[in-house]
Design a binder for this molecule. Structure first.
Ligand SMILES: Cc1cc2nc3c(=O)[nH]c(=O)nc-3n(C[C@H](O)[C@H](O)[C@H](O)COP(=O)(O)O)c2cc1C
Length: 205
């Protein structure tokens, strides 16, 4: 038991610098040194645009890449009432919620206040964040934090969501956001990973 732990630790240690060098990230993640990082995201599974029926959402895939590279904790924003699994029904439900500025209840929570940097991820839904993301944001205090948005989309990019994040996360500084096509996240993961790592290395905190 103890020996296997030592072997696994050794293997991880040996792989670490190579991974960092290969991906142009400093070995000790200096950018994040002494700072607590959270990656909070919403993502939808089921039938989605251009990717068929998916078991892991596009934004979820990007969130994991960020958490791995930045060494952060990860938290999924999950609505109490799940969205329909068929694409058209989901699009319709999301439109109604956006039009009424709904705040759907979300399951679980995390102490955002404990973190210094929060990467906030969501799919672009109707040029906006899905409404449960606002529910999550409005439960917390954001003063003094660095919030960095990222989204997946199928053509609209971030739309105006960087501004919406800045308006909703009162008192936070908002870093430069990342937009990745959902089809790229789902079907071309190496390409998506390169984009994520290059974006991360361009951020300054
Ligand atoms: C309800 C809904 C609305 C959407 N609205 C847009 C949109 O306005 N612009 C866009 O580029 N993509 C839009 N899309 C596509 C999603 O942003 C894209 O498929 C995304 O990668 C889904 O991420 P997820 O798997 O993490 O939920 C929409 C998808 C859904 C389901």
């Amino acid at each position: 038991m103890r020996l296997s732990f030592i072997i696994v630790s050794l293997l991880l240690w040996m792989g670490g610098p190579a991974y960092a060098e290969e991906n142009n990230i400093s070995e000790d993640n200096a950018m994040y040194k002494g700072k607590k990082v959270l990656v909070a995201f919403f993502s939808h599974t089921g039938e989605n645009y251009g990717v068929g029926n998916i078991e892991k959402g596009n934004t979820h895939i990007i969130a994991e890449m960020i958490a791995e590279a930045a060494g952060g904790d990860i938290f999924e924003i999950v609505p109490v009432n799940a969205y329909p699994k068929t694409y058209n029904a989901c699009v319709e439900a999301a439109r109604k919620e956006k039009d009424s500025s709904a705040r759907p209840a979300v399951m679980h929570d995390i102490d955002v206040e404990e973190y210094d940097i929060v990467f906030l991820g969501y799919p672009n839904w109707w040029g906006d964040m899905p409404m449960p993301v606002y529910t999550f944001i409005e439960k917390h205090s954001w003063s003094g934090k660095m919030v960095v948005p990222f989204c997946t989309h199928e053509g609209s990019g971030l739309s105006r969501t960087e501004k919406y994040v800045a308006d909703a996360c009162k008192g936070a500084q908002v870093g430069k956001g990342l937009a990745v096509r959902g089809t790229t996240a789902q079907n071309s993961r190496e390409q998506a990973k390169k984009t994520v790592l290059s974006w991360l290395s361009g951020l300054s905190f």
